[in-house]
Design a protein around this ligand. Structure first.
Ligand code: ADP
Ligand code: ADP
Length: 231
């Protein structure tokens, strides 16, 4: 099966402690689909991502990627093909071009433009009628939180990753802008595996699968309709 699989995974940060950050976790994350991971703060969402991409090794259990156990060598290669967008978009105090070129030094301006449009940055593009070079090259540009978030998303897309992790990445956006990002994710789903960490239900409406974590354990797993029925 293409994608990730966790089999009976346990992880704790401190072996002296009784509490596990992840316990008895069994799940599948199919490739080229959108999987949402939901749960309150401390539920284990970030730890789950770290285990998936081999940043940390489970104490017990197995991580499989495309059916094969995730060893140290594979994890290194996997992490190169993962783009991660956090809830605090990090941009340097330089131009949009500089911020995009960090991820993809060889990208042409046309590719940068395309990635910006893809990241639902149309409004941003329209706001700046001066044209391509000014928008990409202006170092004094003032960006709103929403714009920054979309530039970070564009940067992640430019790397053409096989896995894109969005960690509460749309939390700074208002409803309309968030809808724009959702559209972008719909289009991206055919190209890469999407893992969306979310608190808000609106963010995950389009997800193929929702995994609900609580206290390090998977308490629910299924489609949107399935989960609403169970509740
Ligand atoms: P979430 O991402 O859902 O907020 P985390 O995966 O960050 O949850 O945390 C899961 C559990 O592991 C929590 O109890 C948290 O306190 C603990 N934890 C997370 N990171 C560390 C760390 N670096 N050292 C010790 N405990 C940690
Ligand atoms: P939004 O309108 O999307 O909610 P924010 O309120 O999050 O925007 O914007 C936060 C503030 O940070 C804004 O006043 C913005 O001008 C400023 N800002 C934008 N980009 C940068 C940057 N690259 N470095 C420092 N400050 C910035």
């Amino acid at each position: 099966a293409q994608g990730f699989e966790l089999r009976d995974v346990y992880y704790r940060y401190d072996r002296e402690q009784e509490t596990y950050a992840l316990q008895a976790v069994n799940l599948r994350i199919p490739s080229h689909r959108m999987t949402a991971v939901v749960g309150r703060s401390g539920a284990g969402k970030s730890t789950l991502i770290d285990v998936l991409i081999g940043l940390v090794q489970p104490e017990r259990g197995q991580v499989l990627v495309d059916g094969k156990p995730l060893g140290a060598g594979e994890a290194c290669e996997l992490r190169r093909s993962v783009s991660y967008v956090s809830q605090d978009p990090f941009l340097f105090h330089e131009s949009v071009r500089d911020n995009l070129a960090i991820a993809a030094p060889d990208a042409s301006e046309a590719q940068m433009w395309e990635a910006l449009r893809f990241a639902a940055a149309d409004a941003f593009v329209k706001r700046l009628p001066e044209g391509l070079d000014t928008v990409l090259g202006d170092r004094g540009i003032r960006l709103s939180g929403g714009e920054r978030q979309r530039i970070v998303l564009a940067r992640a897309i430019l790397r053409d990753p096989s896995v894109l992790v969005l960690d509460e990445a749309t939390s700074a956006l208002d409803g309309e802008r968030e809808a724009g990002i959702q559209e972008a994710l719909e289009r991206l789903r055919g190209r890469m595996t999407l893992i969306v960490i979310a608190h808000r239900l609106s963010t995950i409406r389009g997800a193929d699968q929702i995994i609900v974590l609580d206290n390090g354990a998977v308490v629910q797993q299924g489609g949107y309709a399935q989960l609403s029925e169970e509740r």
